[in-house]
Design a protein around this ligand. Structure first.
Ligand SMILES: [Zn+2]
Length: 273
């Protein structure tokens, strides 16, 4: 056994992304004694403001949004027992095509090498065995998610530290299940546009299925700390039990591996302990 505890690093774009896509693994591995490091790249200034005011609406004060979302992020980390929170502090770029994409300090227009150097420094400091981030489309095309992917992959190349690297994904069958539950609940739910590139992966292409259902309360609790954001309120409407039923298994695509453990696997640390 190694002397130092195993370490998981999750690289996310905005305050709240850690809860939605990796809240389960962060809580589970912390409970198993793994050191967890969350890197949040942007300040979330393009999110909803206090009182639900939307970006672009009168009274949307980016400084107030940043302060509120930082406090929410810290509360989420406390809920998930995250060992170390690191924020890179880039300005949230907003959705693709928004004028905020090009503002000074926006994450999207920061050179990849510049941000990757900063992340590489954190990777050298924390020596994560496993790193989790998004796929090349940032899962759903948000510029900050795409940029988080790019800087992570560049920093991994530079440092050669993690034994395993994963991209978060969702099984296509889960989208169908989600639609069914939403209909059951009578919740307004926009079916994904069939002309859009399909999100997620076919089930048989997913390499890694991690059961985090025992940590559903923590994941739901972490999401609840970010209740200022409309899209989270949407998930919170499910209630803890149904949320856990639906989101209690987190799925990943393994894209880098030094362990040789066959896939599908059920543990991000398979082959490392
Ligand atoms: Zn995000």
């Amino acid at each position: 056994m190694a002397e130092r505890p195993l370490t998981l690093m999750a690289v996310h774009a905005h305050p709240d992304d850690e809860a939605t896509s990796t809240g389960g693994v962060l809580a589970r591995y912390a409970a198993e004694g793994v050191t967890t490091v969350l890197v949040t790249c942007t300040d979330g200034r393009c999110g909803d403001g206090p009182g639900g005011v939307k970006p672009g609406e009168e009274g949307h004060d980016p400084a107030a949004v940043v302060a509120m979302r930082q406090a929410e992020l810290e509360a989420s980390c406390a809920t998930l027992n995250v060992t170390h929170l690191e924020t890179l502090g880039y300005a949230d770029s907003g959705m693709m095509g928004w004028p905020t994409n090009d503002l000074p300090g926006a994450f999207w227009t920061t050179p990849v090498s510049e941000a990757a150097d900063r992340l590489a420094e954190l990777i050298r400091r924390y020596q994560p065995d496993v790193i989790v981030t998004y796929d090349e489309n940032g899962f759903y095309g948000h510029p900050d998610h795409i940029q988080a992917h790019r800087i992570t992959m560049a920093a991994v190349e530079q440092t050669d530290v993690p034994a395993k690297v994963y991209w978060t994904t969702v099984p296509r069958t889960a989208f169908a299940e989600f639609g069914r539950i939403m209909k059951d609940l009578g919740v307004e739910w926009a079916e994904p546009d069939a002309t859009e590139p399909q999100l997620g992966l076919p089930d048989d292409e997913i390499t890694t299925w991690v059961d985090t259902s025992k940590y559903g309360a923590q994941k739901f609790g972490a999401l609840a700390t970010h209740a200022s954001q409309t899209e989270n309120i949407f998930f919170l409407q499910l209630g803890e039990e149904r949320f856990t039923e639906l989101m209690g298994v987190e799925t990943f695509l393994r894209v880098r591996d030094r362990t040789g453990v066959p896939t599908p696997e059920d543990d991000l640390f398979a082959g490392l302990r």
